[in-house]
Design a protein around this ligand. Structure first.
Ligand SMILES: Nc1ncnc2c1ncn2[C@@H]1O[C@H](COP(=O)(O)OP(=O)(O)OP(=O)(O)O)[C@@H](O)[C@H]1O
Ligand SMILES: [Mg+2]
Length: 373
């Protein structure tokens, strides 16, 4: 069973904490993506799983056993890294065969296993070439085949697509997912690319500064980000977030007070929330003549299938509205108001930056007023 678990795992390098009290479980045959900005601890987490680093504290399990202290080659995992580290003097066949040879698998068996793995990634025609005679994408497949051939319980992949050009990356992304389904294996996949994470992961674990921020299926991470970091990290263009003050009648944003129903204000006060950040995704905003939040259109960026309307609030904060290309655009320089559907608003505590779930869904909220105005 290719289940993996971190229990309270911390890794320090001297005084620096690379991974901070990480607890998460990856289910058998799950495709789990570790996502986060550079330096957040993704590679360190993966290297601990591989046995290339020992945790400072906490336990790591693969299958049903604790693997702390177990040598990498005894962990039943295979790794694919950004740098493929192929042996340049060996043919594709010998590169793929290498891990089997070092395990003393008999020759006939070896040949069958290598053929099967190369077929799985479409390398049959290239078996006698040297890595130097392959494209980046083909080399990447050799690295994959070399991992597959060992039939591990768990694949660990660290930015395996980052050396490929944009087009090849999209294609290989899909192929990797097909392959994972076919092999019915567990994958822990590290990337800082949110598109890769959204498209590939059964679930995404988002990290920042060594700490796990949220672990959930892609759609949930997008629709219900657990805190401001996740809200701003996922989505392109990112979620618009505007800090406001909780006042007697609602939430005060630059340019106007968004009225809130009394029960909502009560819930906010009961939690001691004085500042709230309102978040709304670019595709959920409308540009209208009338409304509560005034803005000025500064730039219109056309991307063909859609456009981004860049606006400034009265205090200069930038807000981006995403419009389908068949909607009539406003003119640059126009004075407008921004509105949205109540269901699409996100609310965060300005102090803790945590998502505020006030249990008032359907009771109306700042958004109801925003939209109704
Ligand atoms: N061997 C090491 N010695 C000291 N510090 C290290 C070591 N390895 C990693 N770190 C530090 O730990 C933190 C996490 O690094 P890590 O490589 O895990 O980040 P990452 O999320 O993989 O980043 P990237 O997206 O840039 O690859 C960083 O601050 C890094 O400088
Ligand atoms: Mg890394």
């Amino acid at each position: 069973m290719g289940r993996v678990a971190f229990h309270g795992v911390t890794k320090r390098f001297g005084d620096a904490v690379a991974v901070d009290d990480l607890t998460l479980e990856v289910e058998d045959q799950e495709f789990l993506v570790l996502l986060g900005p550079s330096g957040c601890g993704k590679t360190t987490a993966l290297r601990m799983l591989a046995g290339l680093e020992e945790p400072t504290s906490g336990t790591i399990e693969i299958g049903s056993r604790v693997v702390n202290g177990v040598e990498p080659k005894l962990r039943d995992i295979a790794m694919v890294f950004q740098s493929y580290a192929l042996y340049p003097h060996m043919s594709v066949r010998r590169n793929i065969e290498f891990p089997l040879k070092s395990r003393h698998v008999p020759a006939a068996e070896r040949r069958a296993m290598v053929d099967e793995a190369s077929r799985a990634v479409g390398l049959e025609e290239l078996m006698e070439r040297k890595p130097g005679q392959l494209s980046g994408g083909q080399r990447q497949r050799v690295a994959l085949a070399r991992a597959i051939v060992r039939r591990p319980q768990v694949f660990l992949m660290d930015e395996p697509l980052s050396n490929l050009d944009a087009k090849l990356r999209v294609q290989t992304r899909a192929e990797l997912i097909e392959l994972q389904r076919r092999l019915a294996t567990t994958v822990v996949y590290v990337t800082h690319d949110q598109v890769e994470a959204m498209t590939m992961g059964d679930r995404i674990a988002i990290m920042n500064a060594g700490r796990l921020q949220q672990i959930a299926p892609p759609q949930e991470v997008y629709a219900r980000p657990a805190n401001l970091f996740v809200a701003r990290f996922i989505g392109n263009p990112p979620m618009n977030t505007v800090a406001g003050r909780v006042v007697d009648t609602g939430i005060e944003l630059p340019g106007g007070i968004v009225p809130c129903p009394p029960e909502m204000l009560e819930a906010l006060r009961a939690r001691g929330v004085e500042g709230a950040v309102i978040g709304v995704r670019p595709e959920h905003l409308l540009v209208e003549a009338e409304g509560i939040v005034p803005a000025t259109v500064t730039v219109i960026e056309s991307l063909g299938h859609e456009r981004h309307v860049v606006c400034r609030l009265v205090d200069g904060q930038m807000i981006i509205v995403r419009q389908a290309s068949d909607v009539t655009p406003p003119t640059e320089g126009a004075a407008v108001h921004l509105t949205t559907d109540p269901a699409n608003l996100h609310l965060f505590d300005a102090q803790t930056e945590e998502r505020l779930d006030l249990g008032l869904v359907g009771a109306g909220g700042p958004a109801a007023e925003l939209a109704g105005s």
